[in-house]
Design a protein around this ligand. Structure first.
Ligand code: NAD
Length: 489
């Protein structure tokens, strides 16, 4: 069993806590580790270390700071298979999905390597005779990220590389459900030789999060997780005067027009809805078929759902793993039952799945529900499992009304061969990430990971220039240097 430690001030520390939470392999049921439920003392120690490391780190030239990121990037690349195996074990993904996650993490480290250019300031000379004005960017100080379970290797890297490269120091709080990936990655952080205290790891759950939100030395907080917690993090951080961005949950629609390439649309939508067992904030969770798209799309989608190979992500040929826990499985199955009770037709039923040799696994097979009503409770709830709901609209106007009718706005996609329809959708859909003939519209690291409505609380997002803006504060300086003074020399 792996021992879960904190990493504070460059040392691995066994926290002194009374409570631990089990970390279970969701495919095998094996107990892998126990997460220490840390609280105020551990967060205070990490914040102290990060605050003490800050003055020297911010004075380290950006060009030197990014050399550590280059080292970390090389280490992440050369250890990719082992990190991916850890993600499969604790999170339940397939090996390919776990590697794809790490590719996105590394991409962010690479983009943050351009920080010296991204954080350079501006200068305007002679705004009045002999007076110049400049804007410089300075780091914010100690920053922290609170992570969800579903991308244990990638999500911290939407923020961390930018924050460090900009001269901030850092605390990461992984999800208590998947603490092992960060144990591994912090071994690489150690090998990269970052100065003590620049980056710290504290494990735990709500107590650790609350301690982060309330600690006066922590100046900025980023969060990714469910919407109710995101709202709470946003409010409580803001009350403490901190910078905050909080990514929330999702319920992502896709619109299928009759002119779409149906085979392609189904393949891509199935990968989106059932990939990572539907536990992706950009997963499509409901499809609106327009006019005569309905029958063909429904028929091919049901075949695709039924034929998906479900099993343990480390085995060859497996296309979908389990959901994160037995509790999650029970919740997802309950929501499928609720949908049926509310009048939906269960076309493909993934409940009560048994995978040979993995009878203790938290498996839900791909599920397709048709005739889902927009006002039903099942439709208003984020399922976060491999369940695709189908709805129907007669026109694109009706489809857009459905798309924009819900509280979330993380992603919306359309499948069509019509540029005009795609343009209208891109223009009118109320979501921060738009896909046109794309199932998972995940932005590259040089674009912000957007999100609207109840999927995001804040202003600046993760990744790219938004992250640089978030992790720096602007200082405007106005200087007078009368010409006659320089003539003295
Ligand atoms: P979660 O909200 O349960 O937990 C996320 C983090 O918050 C964890 O570190 C947890 O310890 C902490 N936490 C949980 N309850 C808390 C509380 N009451 N007070 C303070 N801290 C608390 O989310 P999860 O189940 O780990 O992740 C799945 C959710 O994350 C889904 O809703 C999914 O849509 C969302 N998500 C969103 C994005 C995005 O970019 N918008 C990306 C990934 C996941």
């Amino acid at each position: 069993m792996m021992k879960i430690l904190n990493y504070i001030n460059g040392e691995w520390i066994e926290p002194n806590v009374a409570e631990y939470l089990d970390v279970v392999n969701p495919a095998t049921g094996e107990l892998l580790a126990r997460t220490p439920v840390c609280g105020l003392d551990d967060v205070a120690a990490a914040a102290k270390a990060a605050a003490e490391a800050f003055p020297a780190w911010r004075q380290t030239p950006a060009q030197e700071r990014i050399q550590y990121l280059f080292k970390l990037r090389d280490l992440m690349k050369s250890n990719m298979d082992e990190i991916a195996r850890t993600i499969v074990e604790e999170c339940g993904k397939t090996f390919d999905e776990a590697k794809a996650e790490m590719v996105r993490a590394i991409e962010n480290v690479e983009i943050a390597g351009g920080i010296p250019m991204m954080m350079k300031g501006e200068l305007s000379e002679d705004i009045a005779p002999g007076i110049d004005e400049m804007m410089i960017r300075q780091p914010v100080g100690v920053c922290a990220t609170v992570c969800p379970f579903n991308f244990p290797g990638m999500i911290p890297f939407w923020y961390l590389p930018y924050a460090l490269a900009c001269g901030n120091t850092y605390i990461i709080k992984p999800s208590e459900k998947v603490p092992m990936t960060m144990q591994f990655i912090f071994k690489l952080v150690e090998q990269a030789g970052l100065p003590k205290g620049v980056i710290n790891l504290v494990n735990g759950a709500k107590e650790a999060v609350d301690a982060i939100l309330d600690h006066p030395a922590i100046r900025a907080v980023t969060f990714v997780g469910s919407s109710p917690v995101a709202k709470y993090i946003y409010r409580r951080s803001a009350e403490q005067g901190k910078r905050v961005q909080a990514q929330g949950g999702a319920k992502n629609p896709v619109v299928i027009l009759p002119d779409a390439d149906m085979e392609m649309a189904v393949k891509i939508v199935a990968d989106s809805a059932f990939g990572c067992a539907g536990q992706r904030c950009l997963a499509v969770s409901w499809a609106v078929t327009v006019a005569e798209a309905r029958d063909e799309f429904t028929e091919i989608m049901c075949d695709a759902a039924q034929s998906r190979v479900v099993g343990y992500g480390l085995e060859a040929g497996v296309q979908m793993g389990p959901v994160i826990s037995q509790a999650s499985r029970a919740r997802v199955e309950g929501l499928i039952g609720l949908g049926a009770a509310e009048g939906a037709t269960v076309c493909v039923d993934g409940r009560n799945a048994v995978v040979k040799n993995y009878e203790r696994g938290a498996f839900v097979r791909p599920t397709v529900l048709a005739n889902v009503r927009p006002e039903s409770e099942m439709h208003r709830t984020e399922i976060f499992g491999p369940v695709l709901s189908l709805m129907h609209a007669n026109t694109i106007d009706e489809a857009l009304a459905l798309v924009n009718g819900g509280p979330y706005g993380n992603q919306a996609s359309i499948f069509t061969a019509s540029g005009a329809a795609a343009r209208r959708f891109r223009y009118e859909a109320e979501a921060g990430n738009i896909g046109v003939n794309i199932g998972v519209a995940a932005p590259m690291a040089f674009y912000p990971f957007s999100g609207w409505k109840d999927s995001f609380f804040g202003d600046l997002h993760g990744q790219g220039m938004d992250a640089v803006e978030f992790f720096t504060q602007k200082k405007v300086v106005v200087e007078r240097w009368p010409k006659e003074w320089s003539r003295k020399f």
